[in-house]
Ligand binder design. Structure first.
Ligand code: FMN
Length: 412
């Protein structure tokens, strides 16, 4: 496997990060396949809750789902202790997607007619999010005109369906035909597609540099700055939220890099440049958010430089100029290249000059007080316009920044 393959795999693996998926298991033999489906969704980073019908618990014990999901499995509207429980409302309202797998003929009929006589059917009636059913049943049950009409009516109401497949049935001796539940990897692919395609940045690669570079003076000291990495992390979170594949190249940060992004720790300017060069050609958008040191010590001392080694009362460090990451790589970015400029005076003129000099499509003019702070204020500057994005929390600002980007990409 090449390093590119392993990068792609790590992007792929977490692509359902924090997606809230409610899996409803109903009473068919194919329920055993749903164990694998839940495991696959969890591996992709999804938050998965499971609810089961009474019949389903006869095929797979709830403990199996509880153990792999690490969550309580809901099997009834009623609690043994008599305490009121509202799983039938809480679970569907929590979910972004409900997957009924396997879906019995009985559950399709109940869903069609709005029957709410157990936890699963009541939760389905209370759902406002999309519902996917994966029917599984004996071919004669699937071929029955009643089941066909139920399915047709559900499709017309916007319920999604995956499968069933043709082939061998789970029980020995059962006649083969159409009615076999889709394989877990097919349902998984449907779910991934569903989340990606409903997002404006689906299939787009967003490259982000963030945080502060740290240029070593000796083995323990570094030349750095006060950037916290919050703005870059907020842009990454927003881009992930919009469905992008995010490549997050960072130095020192006061916050955790966002989960779900493909992360590179590149603390020096030269290391950061190297990673950006590898990915720029593939990036639909590149955000140069990192506060990169303009200089680095000409030499790095071995070990810790001691007072006794200094010349009299002073210690001088010779600095050499670092390459400018944005200016060096913006031209090779496949799509939009967006820089950040932090200036104190003559801001707009300076931002425009920087825009041209570095071949950027836009610059976000950043106030000095933004550095290291939780809140900030930004201005979006292009060759022909300057738009105040206002002030606010960094996630809020990131949302406004991405809105400008979507407009430019004509993706909103
Ligand atoms: C061994 C066995 C296997 C079954 N397999 C299926 C099946 O694959 N599909 C189906 O629709 N019903 C199947 N049934 C029938 C359902 O379990 C039955 O209709 C039940 O009422 C469904 O309840 P539920 O929809 O609340 O889970 C099976 C029943 C048994 C005993």
């Amino acid at each position: 496997m090449t390093s590119q393959d392993s990068d792609n795999e790590s992007i792929m693996r977490r692509d359902l990060q924090s997606r809230r998926i409610l899996v409803a298991v109903t009473g068919g033999i194919a329920a055993y396949k749903t164990v694998d489906l839940v495991r696959r969704l969890l591996k992709r980073g999804a938050s998965v809750r499971v609810m089961m019908t009474d019949s389903a618990t006869r095929f797979v014990h709830p403990t199996t789902f509880a153990a792999i999901s690490g969550q309580r499995v809901s099997t009834s509207m009623w609690s043994d202790s008599g305490e009121p429980r509202v799983d039938h409302l809480e679970l569907p309202h929590w979910a972004e997607l409900i997957v009924v797998a396997p879906s019995t003929a009985n559950m399709l009929a109940k869903l069609r007619h709005g029957i709410a006589d157990d936890l699963v059917s009541t939760a389905l009636l209370a759902a406002t999010c999309p519902i996917l059913v994966a029917p599984a049943m004996n071919p004669t049950m699937w071929d029955n005109i009643v089941t066909r009409e139920n399915m047709q009516a559900l499709l017309q109401r916007g319920i999604k369906c995956n499968g069933p497949n043709s082939g061998e049935m789970a029980a020995p001796g059962e006649k083969s035909g159409e009615g076999r539940m889709s394989e877990p990897d097919e349902i998984e692919a449907w779910i991934v597609d569903h989340f990606h395609n409903s997002k404006p940045l689906a299939g787009k690669v967003v490259l982000i540099t963030a945080g502060r570079t740290e240029e070593p003076i000796d083995k323990v000291r570094v030349l750095t700055n006060r950037s916290s990495g919050r703005m870059g992390a907020a842009i990454a979170e927003e881009a992930l939220h919009l469905g992008a594949e995010v490549i997050f190249v960072h130095g020192g940060m006061d916050v955790e890099p966002p989960l779900g992004a493909c992360q590179y720790y590149a603390p020096t300017t030269l290391q950061m440049l190297d990673v950006v060069q590898q990915h720029a050609g593939n990036a639909d958008v590149a955000f140069y958010v990192a506060a990169v040191s303009d200089w680095r010590p000409a030499q790095t001392f071995d070990g810790k430089f001691k007072r006794t080694e200094q010349d009299g009362d002073t210690f001088s460090i010779e600095l050499v100029e670092n390459p400018d990451i944005a200016a060096t790589t913006a031209k090779s970015v496949k799509g939009l290249a967006i820089g950040f400029a932090l200036e104190v005076s003559d801001a707009l003129d300076y931002a425009r000059e920087k825009l041209q000099r570095k071949n950027l499509d836009a610059i976000l003019f950043n106030r000095e007080t933004n550095i290291g702070a939780h809140e900030g204020a930004l201005t979006w500057v292009t060759a022909d316009e300057s738009i105040e994005l206002g002030s606010g929390g960094k996630r809020e600002l990131a949302e406004r920044v991405l809105r400008q980007v979507l407009e430019r990409m004509k993706l909103d």
